[in-house]
Structure formats: structure tokens, C-alpha cells
Design a protein around this ligand. Structure first.
Ligand SMILES: [Zn+2]
Length: 173
């Protein structure tokens, strides 16, 4: 049923809006269970490495990542990875951390790769579907993917980048 689920694509005005925080009390009461279940299914059935609620037309700060957050290198095969659902994810940037430019794919921008410069190490905080607060350090390529997903929640348009693939966006903190 959720196979071939089409995500909103870059250029859609919805993707330029800032998503709202999920009410944690409502989360505890199970009021977001349907959305979370659908996001997990869509990410799994379509093998999306990243999926955010705004890409499905829901303006809430929910991210589903089908990557191993503790793997620092580029994810080769994500088929067997579990989906991690993150509610209200927040990043704290760490002083003095190096940045690098990595090629990024986007499920809202089929067939394009973008070279984006971002910090290589972040401190990430989010709530699980059970409303448990998680705080972890994320490194390497996974840190880049997390930041990319949070850009979706903030309505940032990576593809100001209508230019060339070699274009580098400098992310300012
Ligand atoms: Zn994306």
C-alpha cells in the first residue's frame, strides 16, 4: 500500500516552510502513532534512507532515517537497516569540529547529487516514539545525513543549488 509513495519534490512550496515541534505530551498519549507508523512503513517499503514528515506534506518535526547512526562511512546497503524515528531532533554544534564537503542525495530531488559542506561531528538530541529523550554524538557521513534531514524540517532549500553539482554550500552555524 505504501510502496512507490511519492515524496514532495524540491520546488514544492511546502518544503520551504518550517515544521512545528511535536507536542511531547500528545506523543506520550499516542496521538502521533499513525504518522510514525506510516513513516516507518514508507521508509522501509521504498528503502528511503531519509524521510521527513514535511516531505509527506505533514509540517511536523519528525525524521525517519534508515541508516546506522553509528556508522561513519557512506551507507552502502540500507535494505536491512532498522528505521530510526526522531521526534523534535535538535543539533548542538561542537566547538572546533572540522567540516567537510560530502556528496548528498535527497529523496526530494531524484537523480541529483549535491556537494554540501557541513560539520563532521554533532551532538544530537531527539525523542523516540515512546517519548524517551536520546542524546548522542553522531560522526562522519551519518552526521551529514542528520543535518540534511533537519534542514528539511527547517524548510531550507539545498537547491538554491540550481547550479552545478560541484557547487559547495557553506553552512553557517
Ligand atoms: Zn533530502
Amino acid at each position: 500500500m505504501f510502496k512507490n509513495f511519492e515524496l514532495l519534490q524540491i520546488g514544492d512550496p511546502m518544503l520551504k516552510l518550517r515544521a512545528k515541534e511535536v507536542d511531547i505530551e500528545a506523543l506520550q498519549e499516542g496521538k502521533q502513532d499513525a504518522l510514525l507508523k506510516i513513516m516507518r512503513m514508507v521508509a522501509n517499503k521504498n528503502n528511503y534512507f531519509e524521510l521527513t514528515a514535511p516531505q509527506m506534506g505533514v509540517l511536523l518535526r519528525v525524521v525517519a532515517l534508515k541508516i546506522d547512526l553509528f556508522n561513519e562511512s557512506y551507507p552502502q546497503d540500507i535494505k536491512d537497516n532498522e528505521v530510526t524515528l526522531m521526534i523534535n531532533p535538535k543539533i548542538k554544534h561542537i566547538e572546533g569540529v572540522s567540516s567537510s564537503a560530502e556528496y548528498e542525495l535527497c529523496t526530494s530531488c531524484k537523480g541529483r547529487t549535491m556537494l554540501v559542506e557541513r560539520p563532521d561531528r554533532i551532538f544530537l538530541e531527539y525523542f523516540t516514539p515512546e517519548a524517551i529523550k536520546v542524546q548522542i554524538f553522531v560522526h562522519g557521513y551519518s552526521a551529514h545525513i542528520v543535518q540534511h534531514a533537519i534542514d528539511h524540517l527547517d524548510g531550507k532549500d539545498f537547491l538554491v543549488l540550481e547550479n552545478e553539482e560541484e557547487e559547495i554550500i557553506h553552512r553557517h552555524r
